[in-house]
Design a protein around this ligand. Structure first.
Ligand SMILES: [Ca+2]
Ligand SMILES: [Ca+2]
Ligand SMILES: [Ca+2]
Length: 221
């Protein structure tokens, strides 16, 4: 019993420390595009605009598009965060720039009417080295229906991890075929951070558990 408690306590402390450091080391950014507007260029919405000062800027071809069922022009349904997504009407200048850089991972949900690829670069505007490539399939209408309207109704999460520091993402080649939502910077799993357990709460719970184990060990000793 004594040895079991000692080992358990170490495990608890290790879990608390590793969760606390790995999950707090970087802040993921999830871009839902809610609030951008309909057929409105995203541009600096997340770079000091109404979406916050997140340091994320888009080329002028990246548009916010709202579901037609919500009053916009979007031919979409079941979007991961309703009712706005990102869409490119033309392919040139289709870059997302993060001037201060980002690490670890990149991910998003997509609905695509064409096979396509998205590249992560270590330079601005698609310059430098390709750090990672995300391949997209033609899946936009598979096994889904509108809400009540919208042909781009099937959404797939994709993500990559990479080493180095990324500064841009090239969405070129996806124009007029792919809708994106919940673009997530710093994580290979896209999504709403509200749905992820609070790292500080986990760390504190882990620490509490570890301390309880240490305490019981001490009492038994
Ligand atoms: Ca719809
Ligand atoms: Ca919808
Ligand atoms: Ca959205």
């Amino acid at each position: 019993m004594y040895k079991f408690m000692t080992r358990f306590a170490r495990l608890g402390l290790f879990a608390a420390l590793s969760l606390g450091t790995s999950m707090l080391a970087h802040a993921d950014i999830v871009l839902t595009f809610e609030g951008v507007g309909d057929a409105i260029a995203i541009e600096n919405y997340y770079n000091g605009g109404a979406g916050g000062n997140l340091g994320v800027a888009f080329g002028s071809n990246a548009l916010g598009v709202i579901d037609s069922d919500a009053g916009g022009i979007g031919n979409i349904a079941n979007e991961p965060s309703a009712n706005t997504v990102m869409f490119f009407l033309s392919g040139s200048n289709a870059y997302m720039n993060v001037a201060s850089g980002f690490t670890n991972g990149f991910s998003f949900f997509y609905s695509s009417a064409s096979a396509a690829s998205v590249n992560v670069y270590d330079g601005l505007d698609g310059t430098g080295n390709v750090l990672a490539t995300l391949n997209l399939a033609n899946q936009y209408n598979l096994n889904c229906s509108g809400d009540p309207n919208g042909q781009f109704c099937n959404w797939t999460p994709v993500g990559v991890t990479f080493t180095g520091t990324a500064k841009s993402v090239g969405f070129g080649g996806t124009a007029n075929y792919v809708a994106f939502d919940d673009v997530t910077i710093g994580n290979s799993i896209p999504g709403n951070p509200v749905m992820v357990p609070e790292p500080s709460a986990i760390a504190i719970a882990g620490f509490g558990f570890a301390l309880a184990c240490f305490g019981s060990k001490r009492r038994k000793a």
